[in-house]
Write a protein that binds this ligand. Structure first.
Ligand code: ADP
Ligand code: MG
Length: 345
């Protein structure tokens, strides 16, 4: 276990040269020692900029960054003692796996014996013990990224910063490496700051998620908090699927998650505390433990209902139904602001 460190960002603002609006707009965020914090948001929302500010690759126009209460705002990147992994593996092509991983230790003047011990240890950590003498080009993309992870943690940095490290991998490898990153986090006990635009990845890995939109963090919370109590339509749509209904108060919407929508015959009556809206079934898909029923509501909104597999579905595609939910399972949010597509359906 490594010592755990906190990161504090206060009123961080960054304008790129010539830009009319800031890439990062007055962001404050506390990352707890040992926490797995994820920056989640659409492309261009400022995630990489904030991560680069922590790493020291990008400077601030206003605000500060602290580690364990020490102001590092003006410290050069190599003096910050942080590990960094990007989407591109950036391994040295002419060095073996071992030599790649030993590189940051050699740079720090660590003794040969200690280098050998540490390299062996992190090779085990990323399960590449048998690949020590290979060159990067003799490895798969997933293996190369594991070497990059090993190289980033071998000198025991104060935190690990990861910018879409799985972005270049196919789905199966990505799922596998996700689990490995979660395991590394558990075993090392280090603070991880992880950037992704993939909500599923964020929900799987994170202790907390900071949701980015337009250079701002719009909500910070645990995966459960964000899913159950999104503070805006934007967050609701970015994390998981939502059925969106017109709110009863002006400028509000009601959100109901698909697992809370039941389907009934048009003629059926609602009971106390239940609400409903008519919809047409657009498709029915088997999704493992659930049936996913696509809905097109009478007001033009689209949505879905998840039915636990094994429960009978009495309807067919094209049929009109009553979508019914309990008041306890609806959530009111402000409707203002734009709603970018999360890229998932
Ligand atoms: P994300 O990682 O969420 O996709 P970025 O932090 O890369 O977002 O970008 C935030 C905004 O800053 C975008 O509008 C982007 O075009 C702009 N930007 C990012 N890097 C640069 C740069 N080096 N020069 C100028 N503008 C940049
Ligand atoms: Mg980015």
């Amino acid at each position: 276990m490594m010592k755990k460190h906190s990161i504090k960002i206060s009123n961080a603002t960054r304008y790129y040269p010539g830009a009319a609006k800031p890439a990062i707009d007055d962001i404050s965020l506390d990352i707890a020692p040992g926490e797995f914090m994820t920056f989640l948001g659409p492309s261009g929302s400022g995630k990489t900029t904030l991560l680069s500010i922590i790493a020291g690759f990008v400077t601030l126009n206003a605000g500060s960054v602290e580690i364990d209460g020490q102001d590092i705002t003006n410290l050069k990147p190599h003096k910050r003692d942080l590990g960094v992994v990007f989407q591109q593996y950036a391994l040295f092509p002419h060095m073996t796996v071992s030599q790649n991983i030993a590189y940051p230790l050699r740079q720090r003047g660590v003794s040969k014996a200690e280098i050998a011990t540490k390299v062996t240890h992190v090779l085990d950590l990323v399960q590449l013990g048998d690949f020590a003498h290979r060159l990067p080009r003799q490895l798969s993309g997933g293996q190369q990224q594991r070497v990059a992870l090993a190289r980033a943690v071998v000198y025991e940095p104060r935190a690990l910063l990861l910018d879409e490290p799985l972005g270049a991998l196919d789905k199966r490898l990505r799922d596998r490496l996700q689990l490995e990153i979660a395991r590394m986090h558990r075993e090392l006990g280090m603070t991880f700051v992880f950037v992704t635009h993939d909500q599923e990845e964020a929900l799987t890995l994170s202790d907390r998620i900071a949701v980015f939109n337009n250079g701002k963090i719009v909500q910070v919370g645990t995966p459960t908090e964000l899913y159950q109590r999104p503070n805006s339509l934007f967050v609701a749509r970015f994390l998981g699927e939502s059925n969106v209904m017109e709110g009863s108060r002006p400028a509000t919407n009601i959100i109901v998650r698909p697992e809370h929508i039941n389907l009934k015959a048009l003629t059926s009556k609602c009971s106390e505390g239940e609400l409903s809206k008519t919809a047409t079934i657009t498709d029915i898909a088997f999704a493992g433990a659930h049936l996913k029923v696509g809905l097109s509501f009478s007001d033009g909104e689209i949505g879905s209902s998840l039915i636990t597999a094994g429960n009978p579905l009495h309807f067919q595609r094209g049929e009109a139904v009553l979508a019914v939910w309990s008041q306890a399972n609806q959530h009111t949010v402000a409707s203002e602001g734009c709603v970018p597509d999360s890229g998932k359906r």
